[in-house]
Ligand binder design. Structure first.
Ligand code: PLZ
Length: 423
């Protein structure tokens, strides 16, 4: 029996079944753009641990920073005895997020926790209850964020009742909304918000600038600015969930920048920590500082080792210019995928931005094809390419390579994908 098979057997009698894994191979080590399992099998990594290892796995600066910090102290709790690196991460968030207005930041452990806190802050600052989210949205698995997330299986099924005062508006999804322009799609969403919620009840409008789990849905140009403008005009907080899109993933520090949108609050996690759990809420000082002292926090939020890793990850992004790297990855992946799509009627669209690119698979009648998507993904895994699926209909194959991946690994990955699509 292989070592992975052995570990898998142990897992089945120790780990709860509700926790899934994409592959049943157990990792021994990973670096840059590859992952090697305990049997010595190597995968080209087009997943980045779901858009986390933007700086690569075990990135040298991150590893060194973790070592150094672990020797000084591992934990004091920022709410008990504060330390510099927490402040420094907040300074970086303030500097890197769009908007030149006065900002503040606060640190948490996970994306869901950041989203929860952004909603808490928006409600507190506005004194209003309602939160508007969109079709296909993904914001997490905690009780409030399950309510914010759209898809039932596997995220919400039988886990209710969910938090109240969450309202869903239609998303701009050009492939599936008849090609509405951004302005038209925004009009449609705003109509729902105004008629079904009422502008003056809305604490926050929360949106992923490019949807992640929901299918790498890129809204039509003009949609995000129109929704942000509506929020502003109605005294609602515009929150961009950049947990998946942030930190150089799309070729800019944040995807909101693409259309010059300046969110009131931005949630971040994943890529910011270079692999360690850390998350943030960053935004307008008057909103962030509206909350009473002691109103935000948690035992581990902004843990010193995670802060050290985040500072090193951000430094790596700057020094290696990973925004440019993400654009270079797009320049390799997009034309190759478009060429593949041109010869494959089952691929309805190639979309995304930077190193966040996907293909949406459909059947002959144009309906979503989750079956083929799952089998292509599985064929990729068997041939040594780690890919992920996503989408409300499970018919989107997404590519999220680490931004330090080499061109040769990108091409090797594309070759595996081509073969997997043909079989
Ligand atoms: N907001 C936009 O993408 C996490 C979740 C995978 P956490 N996405 C991956 C899964 O099946 O659990 C995500 C996201 C966006 C929020 C989150 C939540 O971040 O760190 O997983 O809590």
């Amino acid at each position: 029996m292989s070592l992975s098979a052995d570990l898998h057997k142990r897992r089945l009698s120790a780990v709860a079944k509700g926790v899934g894994s994409v592959v049943n191979a157990y990792v021994d080590h990973a670096g840059g753009g590859t992952i090697t399992d305990v049997d010595g099998r190597e995968w080209i990594d087009f997943a980045s641990g779901i858009a986390v290892t933007n700086v690569g796995n075990a990135a040298p600066r991150v590893v060194e920073a973790i070592h150094r910090q672990a020797e000084r102290f591992t934990h004091t709790c920022f709410m008990v005895a504060p330390y510099e690196s927490y402040v420094a991460v907040c300074e970086q968030l303030i500097e890197l997020t769009p908007g030149t207005f006065e900002k503040r930041a606060a640190l948490f452990n996970s994306g869901a926790e950041a989203v929860e806190n952004a909603v808490k802050i928006a409600r507190h600052a506005t004194g209003r209850p309602a939160v508007v989210v969109f079709d296909h949205a993904y914001h997490g698995r905690t009780n409030l964020t399950m309510a914010l997330t759209a898809k039932n299986m596997p995220y919400k099924h039988r886990f209710g009742p969910f938090a109240p005062e969450v309202y869903r508006a239609p998303m701009s999804y050009p492939l599936r909304d008849g090609g509405l322009s951004g302005a038209e799609a925004a009009r449609r969403a705003i109509d729902v918000i105004e008629k079904q919620v009422g502008g003056s009840n809305v604490a926050a409008v929360l949106i992923e600038p490019i949807q992640g789990e929901g299918g790498f849905v890129v809204p039509a140009k003009g949609f995000l600015p129109a929704i942000a403008a509506w929020a502003k005009a109605n005294g609602a907080v515009f929150i961009a969930d950049e947990i998946q899109t942030g930190f150089a993933r799309t070729g800019q520090w944040f995807a909101s920048e693409d259309e010059g949108v300046e969110p009131d609050l931005i949630t971040t996690a994943k890529g910011m920590g270079g692999g360690l759990p850390i998350a943030g809420v960053t935004g307008r000082a008057e909103l962030m500082d509206a909350v009473h002292a002691g109103g935000l926090g948690g035992t581990y939020g902004g843990n010193p080792i995670a802060c050290a890793a985040a500072l090193a990850a951000i430094e790596t992004m700057r020094e290696l210019d990973l925004n440019a790297a993400a654009r270079r990855i797009e320049s390799v992946l997009r034309p190759a995928l478009e060429e593949i799509a041109a010869g494959d009627p089952g691929i309805a669209e190639v979309r995304g931005r930077g190193a966040m690119i996907a293909i949406e698979l459909v059947r002959g009648d144009g309906e979503p094809d989750p079956t083929r998507t799952a089998s292509v993904s599985k064929a990729c895994h068997e041939a040594g390419l780690l890919t992920l699926t996503c989408g409300t209909y499970g018919n989107v194959l997404r590519f999220l390579p680490p931004l330090v991946i080499t061109d040769s690994d990108l091409h090797r990955g594309l070759d595996i994908l081509r073969r997997a699509l043909r079989t």
